[in-house]
Design a protein around this ligand. Structure first.
Ligand SMILES: NC(=O)C1=CN([C@@H]2O[C@H](COP(=O)(O)OP(=O)(O)OC[C@H]3O[C@@H](n4cnc5c(N)ncnc54)[C@H](OP(=O)(O)O)[C@@H]3O)[C@@H](O)[C@H]2O)C=CC1
Ligand SMILES: O=C(O)CCCC(=O)O
Length: 482
């Protein structure tokens, strides 16, 4: 476990106590690059979840009652603690998730940045004075923390996805129950450790691992939970929305994507290739804003595919902790099998294998960075989230055709386009049905921006001035008889 051993927590944090599962069972945490078990965490269920929710509920009045200055000071300390432990947290992330160390460092750095951003946003949770239409009345709104928040996070960005939820929740004055993904629980449990270390009162941050169904079932049905914030698959998101309807909770959903990456004839070819490499292969393609479909205009298609494939075939595939690794392993066997199926399907339907197309010589969960040319809408990769290092490239003729194809999906999270035509860029802004649009740029996420999907990609925004709104209730008060 090397350097990060001191940060590893192998128990749940419930009401300030580090405890195992009631049944004593554990889940193995493995390094996807080697298959080795690096830790075990509790396999908790409904009863532990109920206790964590009770703890958060009991801690809420006192925590919400802290002065703004006290809350901001705690948030700043949490930010500093993440910065101080950045390298170890990054190594831990790579060990359990597999992404290259450089990407893990960026993710943990961005986690700290979210905490700082929301510490500052807490100062701006203003209410309003409303001009009264009737004499003798004062009308006003005030804003209040929603109460207990449950955060369910995915394995692909186990640190920053939590930062976007814990940051606004704690800044707003909410208390939290966190359920990290079973594949990457250490990067979630460490937040409990750091929160405790910097002085958040017991019960404010609770973290528990275990059965998704049992923990999720308690979270959605327990009336003490006032808000659920989830990042993960659209399938589970829909299930949580349905289950939580019985207790009418606030819901924030960051779900799947099917990002188009459109290259027009007038694009700067080198920049488009650079962008496509990052947008497709970051985290081995396991990012909800990763490019799923590359649409390339006929006039530049051959040159783009040649240049792109050349770069793709030169990528260094290696364990994330190895120097210069550009693509690590996939997260698990299911992910690997799914990629194999999708590639087989695309090739059987006329796809042209330009590079890659199979398991990597490194064995285990490593897959070759892959480019498939002449992709068509009949292929599964057109409608399904690939979540792996496979790039299908489609040829198109006109801007209208590209926009139509790009929007032809139930998803609406991220989209990218390369063009040097300014008017076209603005047309794309209007016409692409996506929550995030990158024109000539792919690294478009930051704490300052509202991250969130349209259509079946989600509900609500994380980050930006909007990111704290979902953690606050607005109350309206009318004072009459003045
Ligand atoms: N939009 C995104 O960022 C992500 C998209 N995905 C997409 O989803 C596919 C499947 O990945 P997967 O990890 O299974 O994603 P899931 O949506 O299943 O998992 C995300 C989180 O939800 C939890 N969860 C799963 N089932 C339930 C439930 N019934 N109630 C409450 N919580 C639940 C998981 O717990 P546990 O880990 O214990 O199962 C995990 O913490 C990926 O291949 C990808 O296409 C996946 C992750 C992130
Ligand atoms: O898409 C995701 O799964 C999270 C993206 C986070 C980032 O780009 O920093």
């Amino acid at each position: 476990m090397s350097n990060f051993a001191s940060l590893v927590r192998q128990s749940n944090l419930i009401n300030g106590q580090w405890v195992g599962a009631d049944n004593g069972q554990t889940i193995d945490v493995t390094d996807p690059a080697t298959g080795e078990t690096i830790a075990t965490v509790p396999n908790s269920g409904q009863a532990e979840t109920q206790r964590a929710i009770d703890a958060a509920h009991d801690a809420f009045p006192a925590y919400a009652g802290l002065t703004l200055g006290e809350r901001v000071a705690l948030m700043r300390k949490l930010h500093d603690a993440i910065q101080d432990n950045l390298e170890d947290m990054a190594q831990m992330l790579t060990a359990e998730q597999g992404k290259p160390l450089a990407e893990s460092r960026a993710e943990v750095g961005s986690s700290a940045a979210y905490v700082l951003w929301f510490a500052e946003e807490a100062r701006r949770t203003n209410g309003a004075i409303i001009p009264s239409p009737i004499a003798g009345r004062k009308l006003m709104t005030t804003r209040h923390p929603v109460g207990v928040v449950a955060a369910i996070t995915p394995w692909n960005f186990p640190s920053s996805m939590l930062a976007r939820k814990l940051g606004p929740a704690l800044a707003a004055g909410c208390t939290v129950v966190v359920k990290p993904a079973s594949a990457t629980p250490l990067s979630g449990l460490v937040w409990g450790h750091l929160a405790e270390q910097v002085g958040f009162p017991k019960g404010v941050v609770n973290v528990l691992t275990g059965s998704a169904r049992a923990i999720g079932g308690e979270i959605t049905s327990n009336p003490k939970v006032r808000k659920i914030t989830f990042t993960g698959s659209t399938e589970i998101g829909k299930q949580l929305l349905a289950e939580a309807s019985s207790t009418v909770k606030r819901m924030s959903m960051e779900l799947g994507g099917n990002a188009p990456f459109i290259v027009f004839d007038d694009a700067d070819l080198d920049k488009a290739v650079d962008g496509a490499i990052i947008a497709k292969f970051r985290n081995a393609g396991q990012t909800c804003i990763c490019t799923n479909r590359l649409f390339v205009q006929a006039g530049i298609y051959d040159r783009f595919v040649r240049a792109f494939a050349e770069r793709v075939s030169a990528m260094k595939v290696a364990p994330g902790a190895e120097d210069g690794s550009e693509q690590g392993p996939l997260v698990d066997d299911a992910a690997l099998s799914k990629i194999e199926e999708l590639v087989e399907d695309a090739l059987s339907k006329g796809g042209d294998l330009v590079t890659g197309g199979g398991r990597h010589d490194r064995g285990g969960l490593f897959y070759q960075p892959t480019v498939i040319g002449n992709a068509t809408s009949a292929m599964r990769v057109t409608t399904e989230e690939i979540f792996g290092p496979v790039a299908p490239v489609y040829r198109f003729e006109s801007e209208e055709d590209a926009i139509k194809a790009a929007n032809d999906t139930d998803y609406g999270l991220a989209s990218y386009a390369y063009t040097q035509d300014l008017a076209r860029a603005f047309r794309l802004q209007d016409k692409l049905e996506y929550g995030l649009i990158g024109i000539n740029e792919v690294l478009i996420v930051a704490p300052e921006i509202p991250f969130g999907g349209l259509k079946e990609s989600g509900l609500g925004k994380e980050g930006s001035w909007q990111g704290i709104d979902d953690y606050l209730e607005t109350k309206y008060t009318c004072i009459g008889g003045l």
